[in-house]
Design a protein around this ligand. Structure first.
Ligand code: NAD
Length: 318
């Protein structure tokens, strides 16, 4: 099977690329190496995948219709796994049009190209952000109350709607996956665990928003990859799945945990809660468990140790 993997050089994409290749699949990775964070990191993320002859890298933008047409005509993809996006929540507030163009227009272009070229599967990376501040926790896919509170969350929800409409209109098989705060080696440098680790290590105060009681459901990267591989295997015409860890911890607990693991004091720069940040996230993962056999296995302790090992190795490289 040949797969188009968008966002292949990113945090999740580079891990997934390696896992797909390890299962014997051929993968074309499409990424534009934008500078949302250091593109050199993204190039490093792909070191492993690029050593495998079954991996091809295409540098380009998912909004480029001519590029997509040429790629789909030439490659005969059986499946598309669409991870490329503007992924940060807070920056979406100051750049909503860019988020709309990449996350909505880019997704529509890929859905259209995949359908016209007879792909048999389309997997879309959505987000827990679609739930907004929904008070009914744990969040379930069957809950119709989806009111994102960030522009980022809104683009992901619109992306899901287009997935559903493409399925309804053409019978095109599409599944969407709502990831809950993913962490592990190669995590984006702007994400909390990576940022806090860096600041604690450097002895710099952590911008600490709110009173520390906000709750997050953290999901280790290998569990997300396992969920996506199961989704690729499954014969599901249309569905939406939560991929989360199924537990949440407070911001204060996370920061204390990182300080303990790094054996360094934690300095806090207390700030008001941020617009766009939800107070809590928690996934009901029973649907993914039932239909995909999804069962996260990595504890937060193990996952944080692996992240810190990666972080220190990167530091060692300078
Ligand atoms: P990432 O930024 O590391 O990866 C995204 C990749 O997409 C990057 O390599 C980037 O260069 C590429 N990209 C962005 N715009 C592009 C474009 N126009 N054309 C081609 N490539 C483009 O982010 P990530 O954390 O790996 O997230 C991957 C996906 O998972 C995203 O869709 C994100 O919204 C979603 N998601 C992530 C999390 C998380 O906790 N990391 C949570 C929920 C959802």
């Amino acid at each position: 099977m040949k797969i188009l993997l968008t966002g292949a050089a990113g945090f999740i994409g580079s891990h997934l690329a390696e896992a797909l290749l390890a299962s014997g699949l051929r993968v074309v990775g499409l990424d534009n190496f934008n500078d949302y964070y250091d593109p050199a990191l993204k190039r490093r993320n792909l070191t492993g995948a690029l050593q495998n002859p079954a991996f091809t890298l295409k540098e380009g933008d998912i909004r480029d219709g001519a590029l997509l047409e040429a790629l789909f005509s030439r490659e005969n993809f059986e499946a598309v796994i669409h991870l490329a996006a503007r992924a940060g929540v807070r920056p979406s507030l100051s750049n909503p049009l860019l988020y709309e163009q990449v996350n909505v227009e880019g997704t529509i272009r890929l859905l259209e190209a995949a359908r016209l070229h007879g792909c048999r599967k389309f997997l879309f990376a959505s987000s827990s952000s679609v739930y907004g501040e929904n008070p009914r926790m744990p969040w379930s896919e069957s809950d119709p109350d989806l009111r994102p509170i960030s522009q980022y969350g809104a683009t992901k929800l619109i992306g899901e709607h287009f997935c559903r409409v493409f399925h309804q209109a053409y019978g095109f098989p599409v599944t969407a996956y709502r990831f809950f705060t993913v962490y592990g080696p190669r995590q984006r440098p702007d994400m909390a665990i990576h940022k806090f680790t860096r600041l604690i290590w450097e002895g710099t105060p952590i911008p600490f928003y709110g009173d520390g009681s906000s709750l997050r459901d953290y999901t280790y990267i290998d569990d997300i990859v396992a969920g996506l591989l199961a989704g690729l295997e499954a014969d599901i015409p249309f569905d939406v799945f939560n991929l989360g860890g199924g537990h949440s911890i407070t911001l204060a607990q996370l920061v204390e945990n990182l300080g303990r693991r790094l054996d360094r004091p934690v300095l806090l720069d207390r700030q008001p809660a941020q617009t766009g940040d939800v107070p809590a996230t928690l996934a009901d993962i029973s649907r993914a468990g039932r239909l995909l056999g999804y069962a996260p296995v990595t504890s937060l302790e193990t996952g944080l140790d692996r992240f810190i090992e990666y972080f220190l190795a990167e530091r060692g490289r300078g």
